[in-house]
Design a protein around this ligand. Structure first.
Ligand code: CU
Length: 183
């Protein structure tokens, strides 16, 4: 294996960096922008969600397997791999994860250290701050071959709309009555 091939097998992030400098662009399933929102800003408020990567006999799982957030909310995922194997957390649309899973079947050692995804060794932990700027249902998944099928996927439901308030201004009288309380 040449040096560039071994880098390809090991790291999507390195390939992305190399594509910028020298190599022709390499099409990567998760390099199309971020469908699930955008990288967060740790300097702004966030809610912490502890996310465990777990193994049991014959199964693997994320705990929790479902997360509900509000549109526009920032979440800090504190990822902990409590298992004995490597695991990863890839936050994306189910469609992107499905494509990415096929890519990983060809490159199982692909490592991720992206704004929306990390690969963790046994007992390691990492953090992802993410801002959910799009409504919908997204997915976090471990795309290491066999792990998704063993149960390693979860759902993020981003609820809410930008604004649904009508501006008819017809029902303001209750506010007016507050002015009656004079001394
Ligand atoms: Cu896994």
């Amino acid at each position: 294996m040449s040096k560039s091939e071994s880098i390809f097998a090991k790291s999507c992030g390195a390939i992305a960096a190399m594509a910028l400098s020298a190599l022709p662009p390499v099409a990567m399933a998760h390099d199309e922008g971020f469908a699930a929102g955008e990288p967060g800003d740790p300097a702004k408020p966030y809610r912490v969600i502890d996310m465990q990567m777990q193994e049991a006999s014959g199964s693997m799982a994320f705990s929790p397997a479902k997360v509900e957030v509000k549109l526009g909310e920032q979440i800090k995922f504190v990822l902990t791999n409590t298992g004995e194997l490597d695991h990863e957390f890839m936050l994306d649309t189910p469609e992107h994860n499905a494509k990415h899973k096929i890519a990983m079947e060809k490159n199982p050692e692909m490592e991720h250290d992206d704004p929306n995804g990390k690969r963790l060794q046994s007992k390691a932990s990492a953090e992802i701050v993410w801002k959910f700027t799009k409504p919908g249902t997204f997915e976090y998944a471990c795309l290491i071959p066999g792990h998704y099928e063993a149960g390693m996927h979860g759902v993020v439901v981003v609820a809410g709309e930008v604004t649904t308030k009508k501006k008819d201004g017809d029902h303001q009288s209750s506010k007016e009555s507050m002015h009656d309380h004079e001394h």
